[in-house]
Design a protein around this ligand. Structure first.
Ligand code: ADP
Ligand code: ZN
Length: 439
């Protein structure tokens, strides 16, 4: 086991002026590249009256048009590629949690850069050739599996490409091979933690895990604590999306105060999702990325619909890259219940802190007699399930959770506590919201 380290100090610890100059230079090149090679970008820029020469530095970013997921669907499959197909060596696709699939194409250099982005996250948890890294993100079009695999290989670790699913086999391999680092979604990490405990295995003794890189779906600080306690590990956040590269766009250092964005490859902005104006550091809004080194499928001002805050204050780890706070929701998975904006993360925070239930939950929205209803289904722990006078205990718990949610979110919900392991498990991204309203 090694200490956390900085994989590429030259790029991760640049002073702000150097960084701005490098980003400006790479942005100019990217804009010219897409203007010359991608019809959609050329038409959008022409329509806005912006020419590549107008973009000289990062400050000019706001002149550029936005790109949306619908643009990827409309031009599917190759319409946004900026190089001849012969130069594309890889296709990855979105897992499709938000609709029809989309694809992204990578040149050899794009794969190399993506690999290094994940290697930086790996180095941040001190991963090296002494580590055994178990990857239980799905392998395939989804960027999670291959992305984590490439980064783990880059730092010289022994990689176990488990892919998702088959929890008993995951645990057996983990035990037999002595895996030290786990890569999967946070919801699956929590599930693995419980399954390990149910199997009577003791973390740190029977299981050698010491750290994990978790991402691909939103999670909360409370969920981090839960995972760290159940698995006895250091749990870190890793963020990414197919359109930009995959996991590794940003990752947490040992300070755990937001994920460092790999700013030598992407420029991040926060905008007001309604007015589309840029917002200052420290203000929550929609995250927008522009790639500045990607060749195969560069993205100009891609609207992620992820809501978060950017921070540019100094981090103790020594990196000078800006950090993104946790994703508190997506502009498209916010549920509006009786006019109140509700994010699954708010409810997750309440549930993780409540003794007697485990953080496996679903939010079911419906409309009854023209009024919205929100039901929170959550599983009880095995201990509570085993108690003889569980009925009274259950009613007390339900009321407690309902009151807590009322005070945090401001609306009354129906809380249903279900039997252990009764809610559907997701080995990939957890599906938290089921909206049955006919809109
Ligand atoms: P999709 O989920 O749209 O099919 P991707 O598989 O590319 O596409 O997932 C990208 C999205 O996953 C991000 O825009 C974000 O919403 C979510 N995501 C990825 N990593 C994290 C993370 N660490 N925290 C919160 N959300 C994340
Ligand atoms: Zn840091």
């Amino acid at each position: 086991m090694s200490e956390p380290r900085i994989y590429n100090p030259e790029m991760e610890c640049m002073n702000p002026d150097e960084k701005k100059a490098l980003q400006g230079e790479r942005l100019r090149k990217t804009v010219k590249h897409v203007y010359d090679n991608v019809t959609l970008y050329r038409e959008r820029m022409d329509a806005k009256g912006v020419s590549p020469d107008d973009i000289q530095s990062v400050d000019d970013l706001k002149l550029l048009p936005f790109t949306e997921k619908t643009d990827l669907r409309d031009t599917f499959p190759f319409g946004l590629f900026a190089v001849p197909k012969e130069q594309i060596v890889r296709i990855q696709g979105s897992s499709g949690t938000t609709g029809k699939p989309i694809v992204s194409g990578y040149t050899e250099n794009d794969v190399k850069i993506w690999t290094e982005m994940v290697a930086r996250a790996m180095a941040g948890i001190g991963a090296d050739e002494k580590d055994i890294i178990q990857v239980c993100y799905g392998y395939g079009l989804f960027t999670g599996g291959l992305g984590a695999h490439q980064g783990a290989t880059e730092v010289g670790a022994m990689v176990i490409p488990m892919s998702s699913g088959n929890t008993q086999r995951q645990i057996m391999m983990m035990q037999e091979l002595g895996s030290t680092i786990l890569c999967c979604t946070p919801s699956y990490a929590a599930y693995l933690g419980e399954s390990i405990r149910d199997a009577g295995l003791v973390p740190k003794k029977d299981i050698k895990l010491r750290a994990g890189l978790f991402g691909a779906e939103p999670w909360t600080e409370a969920m981090r604590q839960h995972i760290e306690e159940t698995l006895g590990i250091d749990a870190r956040d890793i963020y990414g999306l197919t359109e930009i590269a995959g996991p590794g766009v940003a990752f947490e250092c040992q300070e755990k105060n937001g994920a460092h964005i790999n700013e030598d490859h992407v420029i991040a902005e926060i905008i007001d999702p309604v007015t589309e104006e840029q917002l200052p550091y420290g203000t929550a809004g929609e995250l927008v990325f522009t790639t500045i080194t990607k060749e195969g499928m560069p993205m100009l001002r891609y609207r992620t619909h992820d809501i978060c805050t950017l921070y540019n204050d100094k981090c103790k780890c020594g990196r000078t890259t800006i950090r993104m706070g946790r994703i508190t929701g997506r502009t498209d998975d916010m549920i509006i219940v009786r006019g109140v904006n509700v994010f699954p993360s708010q409810i997750e925070t309440v549930l993780v802190k409540t003794a007697g239930v485990v953080p496996h939950y679903q939010l079911i929205v419906d409309r009854v007699n023209n009024s919205d209803t929100l039901e929170v289904k959550v599983e009880m722990t095995e201990e509570i399930f085993a108690q003889t006078d569980s009925l009274g205990e259950m009613q007390r718990l339900q009321k407690y959770i309902r009151d807590q949610i009322k005070s945090v979110v401001g609306i009354l919900t129906k809380v249903t506590i279900t039997a252990p392991k009764s809610l559907p498990r997701s080995e990939g991204k957890a599906k938290r919201v089921i909206d049955n309203r006919k809109l």
